[in-house]
Ligand binder design. Structure first.
Ligand SMILES: [Zn+2]
Length: 198
């Protein structure tokens, strides 16, 4: 298990990801679809399993969708323009997370999210949430600050949920949420659909 102190688990329980499984960067993923401006050598697509073209499409479609929001577009561009290598690992248990010590995003491209209020957020918005964590100059520091965070659990979750996530939700016509405790991961056919089936 990676250092839990800087692991920002965002989809519920952190699960059993061991952090040392085999995976491989697949430069060929950039050829799956014309990636245009969304892919650079900085934001690397990784996968703990075999490279899956369908998931790569989910990833590129999610980025394209998120970039309709100016805030998310700025976040994605900052990450791509950064000297830091950010890795996106595909997972399949809905436990999206960001590990600041290794700049690793863990993202389930088929995992939508049912909010406490009953709204359904897309998996793409979940990716945007994790990228917003990555776009934090303070690293994992705010994760440790619980004071005043209330149902957002810590100041880093509050910063992302009431900030970039809420703004993107408004732009994209998705529901927002008001906590980081309630709600549950659901399944969807692709990264931008919002059916939230059990
Ligand atoms: Zn989070």
């Amino acid at each position: 298990m990676p250092g839990v102190g800087d692991l920002t688990g965002c989809g519920g329980a952190l699960g059993n990801w061991g952090g040392s499984g085999t995976w491989s960067e697949d430069a060929g993923l950039t050829n799956v679809q014309n990636p245009g401006q969304f892919v650079s050598n900085v934001l690397v697509v990784g996968s703990p399993g075999a490279a899956n073209p369908a998931e790569a499409l989910d990833y590129f479609n999610a980025l394209k969708y998120l970039m309709r929001d100016p805030g998310m577009a700025a976040i994605i561009r900052r990450l791509q323009d950064s000297d830091t290598i950010y890795e996106v690992y595909f997972i399949h248990d809905g436990n999206d997370a960001y590990l600041s010590s290794t700049h690793s995003v863990f993202w389930d491209p088929k995992s939508s999210f049912l909010t406490k209020e009953g709204g359904c957020q897309s998996a793409a918005l979940g990716l945007g949430h994790e990228l917003a964590h990555a776009d934090n100059l303070w690293g994992g520091f705010l994760v440790k600050v619980k004071i005043g965070a209330g149902d957002y659990e810590n100041q880093e979750e509050k910063r992302v949920i009431v900030g970039a996530e809420a703004k993107a939700a408004a732009t994209l016509g998705e529901p927002r949420r008001y906590d980081h405790i309630y709600g549950e991961a659901r399944r969807d056919p692709n990264s931008t659909s919002r059916t939230c089936r059990p």
